[in-house]
Design a protein around this ligand. Structure first.
Ligand code: NDP
Ligand code: MG
Length: 383
């Protein structure tokens, strides 16, 4: 049966790979609505190819430009309200949320209330408001399917097993662009160097998050919410080849792992086809005989302070993860503009966490307020 997809973040790394899958399997999937940010040129090409009935752009300015250029069958909308319209498109059954940042929260909640299945790549939404998103998904009985490769691996390794029998979730981490450098060697690294990830080709923000290891920290919090696991049962293991995407250890000490080549189209596709799988014979297969060896080592929390911040923020809970996420989003944006040094990403986030008076069990309004307050604090700190 054809699945009808709405896609947030169509022009991004996950968005374009989602469109690859839709393009390869026109008998399985059809795109009904999509959103983009500022990449209007690519958006136009995508609209002409996939002919969605709804397109959302980020700004009114781009809306005015585009409105006469799209086919008459496509309605154009814009702004945060536009994201919600795409996410709740009546015709869609699945929302693929591949937008960047906590701007994905409102459309995710709206889609859950509209009964859509959620394939979620947008981890910032789960970090900033995990309790609200997961309890809404439960209330509306909507599946929340992971796209992030580690979480897809855990989801597959759990395979409906009894959660009481899980000893630990073990998230693997490649170590990012600077995995072979000491902390001292991180002084003065450039944006260009940081963007050079050894295994994965991803958007700029998550590539920097991988270099600081904040990405893995966000993923620990994401795993806590997606799999309802306490933080002491979530471990991180360095594994530089990115072949084992993550593992589950059970109480009998049996460990189940999911393996594959580092190709995001695999977990994206699994979220789209779950509980089934699709033949992907054209895709590169994992050849372990050729790879020969896999490497593992423990994670040094002194070397990767963002990991320590994330565990701490997760354990404190309440509005602390919202601060962690918002401070990180803004600090990374400044780093990408060459206005903050690499190591100052950490110290900036630390300052935001230290000054924050946590609110426990925050409402959606509390979270939005803390998110905005934190962003304003980081702007004032850096400017
Ligand atoms: P990209 O930066 O490549 O793409 C982000 C997308 O979101 C683009 O379409 C961009 O539009 C759009 N966008 C950004 N900001 C806004 C905004 N304020 N309003 C509307 N649209 C906006 O990111 P990725 O694809 O790498 O990552 C997307 C999400 O998936 C992130 O949460 C990331 O952590 C997660 N993820 C990514 C993985 C990867 O391999 N890339 C792996 C696992 C998770 P435009 O470009 O048109 O401006
Ligand atoms: Mg990941």
């Amino acid at each position: 049966m054809l699945k009808y997809i709405s896609l947030l973040g169509a022009t991004g790394s996950i968005g374009t790979q989602t469109l690859d899958i839709i393009r390869m399997h026109p008998d399985q999937f059809t795109l009904v609505s999509m959103s983009v940010g500022r990449n209007i040129d690519l958006a136009l090409k995508q609209v002409h190819e996939f002919k969605p009935r709804l397109l959302s752009v980020q700004t009114k300015e781009d809306y005015d430009k585009l409105i006469h250029e799209v086919p008459s069958s496509t309605t154009v909308v814009y702004g945060e309200e536009g994201l919600v319209q795409v996410a709740t498109d009546q015709k869609a059954t699945i929302l693929v949320n591949a937008v960047l940042g906590s701007v994905g929260l409102a459309p995710t909640l709206a889609a859950i209330k509209a009964g859509k299945t959620i394939a979620i790549a947008n981890k910032e939404t789960l970090v900033t408001a995990g309790h609200i998103v997961t309890s809404a998904a439960k209330k509306y009985q909507v599946p929340l399917l992971p796209v992030d490769s580690e979480h897809s691996a855990i989801f597959q390794a759990l395979n409906g097993e009894n959660r009481q029998e899980v000893e630990k979730l073990i998230l693997t981490a490649s170590g990012g662009s600077f995995r072979d450098r000491t902390r001292a060697e991180l002084e003065g690294v450039t944006v260009h160097e940081a963007l050079n990830h050894p295994n994965w080709s991803m958007g700029a923000k998550i590539t920097i998050d991988s270099a600081t290891m904040m990405n893995k920290g966000l993923e620990v919090i994401e795993a806590h919410w997606l799999f309802d696991m306490p933080y002491e049962k979530i471990d991180v293991l360095l594994h530089k080849e990115s072949i084992i995407h993550s593992m589950v250890e059970y109480i009998d000490h049996s460990v189940i792992a999911q393996l594959g080549t580092p190709d995001m189209r695999v977990p994206i596709q699994y979220a789209l086809t779950y509980p089934n799988r699709l033949n992907s014979s054209s895709r590169e297969r994992l050849n372990l005989a050729e790879i020969g060896k896999l490497h593992f080592s423990p994670l040094d929390m002194e070397r990767y302070r963002c990991m320590a911040f994330a565990y701490e923020a997760g354990r404190i809970g309440g509005t602390m993860p919202t601060v962690l996420n918002a401070a990180n989003e803004v600090a990374v944006a400044y780093f990408l503009e060459n206005r903050l040094s690499f190591l100052d990403i950490e110290s900036t986030i630390e300052q935001a966490l230290e000054r924050h008076q946590v609110t426990s069990n925050p409402s959606l309004d509390d979270i939005i307020a803390v998110d905005q307050e934190t962003r304003a604090f980081i702007h004032s700190l850096i400017q």
